[in-house]
Design a protein around this ligand. Structure first.
Ligand code: ADP
Ligand code: MG
Ligand code: MG
Length: 513
């Protein structure tokens, strides 16, 4: 991470003296652990002699300073949250349209085919639940167009499943404000950073509120059981505290009972009764049963989780139940990069179909970066030219229909990969222009080490949407649609991927400038 060229704020963040850095890091570490800004350590950090009964946590990777983020960009991203909630709830409610888009992928992408198959099986039987909950995160980077007076945001992707870090994000803006308030930063910082320039992120209470609204809309158990919300999780999970913050807010603010259910235990610990209610029996209290109002997926988004037929059986089991799914299979599929591409391909007619409000559609359109299919359509043929020529491919990223980081192919590696991939497989990917945010610096603290240098920031805006599916395609009634806080993730500018959990980035907060 060398000092970046063209930095508008070359003196930010200011250098730290030895004692100053020690004070800052000690304060940061204690605040982090005391406030659950924490992750479980990687196994390589745990001594083999450590008794597995001991609870271990370490600080989550964070930046030492809030990164500078243009206020106009932050406001722009916030202003379209409601429109994006509308857009994706509409897409997930239009099974025919989604079927056509996903249909192109089914032959060449088994994971997409299997997910679609789950939907088709439940459709045949009839869905037992019309309520849907989306807890979304729309991710952006700052884009500078020299012909425009102001920078703007361009969307990296839209997440409809397991949008993470909402639990920790709230704590990071608090951490940076705390460090500012105790004078842990050099004096010179005050010309840029003040308590009011770092917006709080209410993602914990707001995401919990989204779940509470769904839980409430589900209603009481008809069989006299206590209702509960189930967090469907991976096991093991290093990012457990991120999820726990939301769980605790759901307990404390709304009095909702919650459980963590590993994906691999769905068939053992739950059953679908004759009314298709999802009944959960906690292994620690086998005599007690709960009716599940909502399943919140923090698992089930990666093919590696579906290693056996049993896992697909478990997914079908949940989908056909009357519990509200966050997300349903259709909503998960609405969040594919393919759908994003279909909306964002230049001159695409599809956005208007789902966002009839012209003003909203115009604002959403402004956030799209150019994305192309890699199929045999006219746009696809053009994209194939761009992707196979190393000179032009250097401005692009190629993405498969996957989530969770580590799946994309960048720049010059694109033509290399395409050489080895049969052309029939190419339509499984989309080609997207790289967004090149302006240069800035920060210090990333992860695994006990500080690294200073050029960084790239990605802003995520959370949105919550609860709706009731109607009879026909696209028919629905939106019951709740609200903003749910923000996330800033920051990575070294020498890394293409930014995933915090995948080990490349850090959680940050925005200092609006
Ligand atoms: P995932 O669903 O796996 O998170 P993303 O589309 O978010 O996939 O891509 C992962 C990372 O790759 C992003 O967090 C970002 O750092 C980088 N990236 C993806 N698309 C772009 C783009 N168009 N411009 C710049 N960086 C990108
Ligand atoms: Mg992403
Ligand atoms: Mg994603």
């Amino acid at each position: 991470m060398a000092a970046p060229q063209g930095n508008m704020y070359p003196d930010y963040p200011p250098p730290l003296g030895g004692e100053q850095e020690k004070y800052l890091l000690n304060s940061l570490k204690d605040f982090s652990i005391a406030h659950g800004l924490a992750v479980r350590p990687t196994p390589s950090y745990v001594s083999p002699e450590t008794d597995p009964a001991v609870a271990l946590a370490t600080t989550a990777p964070v930046t030492l300073f809030p990164s500078l983020f243009p206020r106009v960009c932050f406001e722009q991203a916030r202003s379209v949250i409601g429109a994006y909630n509308e857009l994706y709830s509409a897409i997930a409610s239009d099974e025919t349209w989604l079927g056509e888009i996903i249909g192109e992928l089914i032959e060449i992408d088994d994971f997409m085919a299997n997910l679609w198959n789950v939907h088709m099986k439940v459709k045949k039987e009839g869905y037992a639940q019309t309520l849907n909950l989306g807890l979304f995160r729309s991710d952006y980077m700052v884009h500078v167009d020299p012909s425009e007076p102001q920078p703007s945001v361009k969307q990296v992707e839209f997440n409809t499943i397991a949008s993470s870090f909402g639990g920790l994000s709230t704590q990071v803006s608090s951490l940076h404000k705390h460090l500012l308030s105790i004078g842990a930063y050099p004096e010179s910082i005050s010309s840029i950073v003040s308590p009011s320039s770092v917006p709080p992120s209410p993602s914990v209470p707001e995401l919990a509120k989204g779940m509470a609204k769904a839980h409430e809309a589900y209603g009481k158990s008809s069989g006299g059981l206590q209702t509960c919300v189930v967090f469907l999780v991976q096991d093991p999970e290093r990012n457990v505290f991120d999820q726990r913050h939301i769980e605790y807010a759901l307990n404390e603010n709304h009095g909702v009972r919650t459980f963590r259910l590993p994906f691999g235990r769905v068939l053992q610990d739950t059953r679908v009764d004759s009314d298709r209610k999802l009944i959960y029996t906690p292994p620690h209290t086998p005599n007690r049963q709960y009716e599940v109002s909502l399943i919140y997926f923090r698992a089930g988004y990666a093919p590696s989780e579906y290693i056996s037929q049993e896992a697909w059986d478990a997914r079908l089991h949940l989908e056909r139940s009357a519990a509200i799914k966050c997300p349903s299979v259709l909503l998960q599929l609405a969040g594919t990069k393919k759908v994003q591409q279909v909306l964002a391909t230049p001159h695409s007619p599809h956005l208007k179909r789902f966002l009839p409000n012209e003003k909203q559609a115009t604002e959403v359109l402004k956030t799209f970066a150019p994305i192309y299919p890699l199929d045999t359509s006219t746009a696809g043929q053009e994209a194939r030219q761009l992707a196979t020529d190393p000179a032009t491919a250097a401005r692009y990223v190629m993405k498969p229909q996957r989530e969770g980081g580590g799946n994309n192919v960048y720049r010059k590696a694109i033509p290399e990969l395409l050489k080895t991939l049969p052309e029939t497989q190419w339509p499984a990917y989309i080609l997207m222009e790289m967004i090149e945010p302006p240069a800035q610096s920060n210090v990333i603290f992860r695994n006990g080490e500080s690294q200073k240098g050029g960084v790239i920031c990605e802003l995520g805006m959370y949105g919550a949407c609860l709706w009731r599916q109607g009879e026909g395609d696209g028919q629905r009634e939106v019951l709740e649609n609200f903003d749910a806080g923000y996330l800033l993730r920051t990575k070294g500018d020498d890394s293409e991927e930014g995933g915090v959990a995948a080990g490349f980035g850090a959680i940050d907060s925005a200092c609006l400038v």
